[in-house]
Design a binder for this molecule. Structure first.
Ligand code: ZN
Length: 294
């Protein structure tokens, strides 16, 4: 994988011109248009229920009225017998917008979560070159920073049946790996299901390691309920977020900018997660819950 491609996507989404991508906003819509263009470049298909790749609704909730979109695409599986089964790969493309205060009022959200979106696109590109048997559903959510509103809407109005989703791999903040622990990714709520074992099994013999978020720290350990995996998990989908590094000083800061990311380190992680997604798409069976949320 070319780290420059990751950098291009992160730079584009976190550019000051998009003013921190609040939900809803013309700038978030511009980011959505960029994702549609990228999906088309990768040869991915729209879903029947969203022919323009957009699921449009009031994604900012009552407090922030106006339409915005989840942006979706499908990589069809190569085996007709199981192509109706889905591995879901997701990330949120919104961020918190602008906040008055210091010299720089724009919260760029380069790591949170332009990095996850860039990773999702890179995984789609890798898998499109060699599609697994099952299909892969790619979703960029709006409204995460308003309270998981895009994923909550999708969980209530799925465009493909949720009982066909074998797992959701939600990507959050993959751009700043710990320099002392390259190849270390953490999974929120990992002990709750078998997903971590599945991702690890696809990476035997590589430098990648997956640990429970609790091993990083208490804040990370409490993140299972704080990202776009959670609304799907509540519907029974084995759904977790994968991240790296720490929730550092740049978290929700105007300094979370594209030039603070380590694209070489990120590429190693993204390749490993792609191997995990391919394994989920290729294998018989699927990961189960050990301790599902209620
Ligand atoms: Zn996030």
């Amino acid at each position: 994988m070319d780290p420059r491609r990751l950098r291009e996507d992160v730079e584009r989404l976190s550019d000051d011109r998009l003013r921190g991508r609040p939900t809803p906003s013309p700038e978030l819509d511009e980011a959505a248009a960029y994702l549609v263009q990228r999906f088309a470049e990768l040869g991915l298909e729209p879903l029947a229920g969203a022919p323009d790749h957009r699921q449009r609704f009031e994604c900012g909730g009552d407090a922030h009225p106006g339409p915005a979109s989840n942006v979706l695409a499908l990589l069809p599986g190569r085996d007709p017998a199981v192509a109706d089964q889905l591995v879901m790969v997701s990330a949120h493309y919104d961020h918190v917008g602008e906040r008055p205060g210091g010299e720089d009022s724009i919260y760029n959200g380069a790591n949170d979560d332009a990095s996850g979106v860039a990773a999702m696109l890179a995984i789609a590109e890798l898998l499109a070159a060699s599609p697994p048997r099952r299909s892969v559903l790619l979703v960029a959510f709006c409204g995460e920073e308003r309270g998981l509103l895009g994923s909550t809407h999708y969980a209530a109005h799925p465009l493909l049946p949720l009982d066909r989703v074998v797992a959701q791999v939600n990507l959050e903040m993959l751009g700043r790996p710990d320099p002392d622990a390259p190849g270390l990714a953490w999974i929120t709520g990992m002990e709750r299901s078998e997903l971590g074992e599945w991702l690890a099994a696809a990476n035997v013999g590589t430098e990648l390691r997956f640990v429970d978020a609790m091993e990083i720290g208490p804040v990370e350990g409490g993140a299972f309920e704080r990202s776009d995996n959670y609304p799907l998990a509540l519907q029974g989908v084995v759904a977790h977020s994968v991240s790296t590094g720490r929730l550092d000083a740049l978290y929700h800061s105007p300094d979370d900018e594209a030039d603070t990311l380590d694209y070489e380190g990120m590429a190693v992680l993204v390749e490993g997660i792609a191997r995990g997604v391919h394994h989920l798409g290729e294998a018989q069976g699927q990961p189960g819950w050990i301790d599902p949320p209620e």
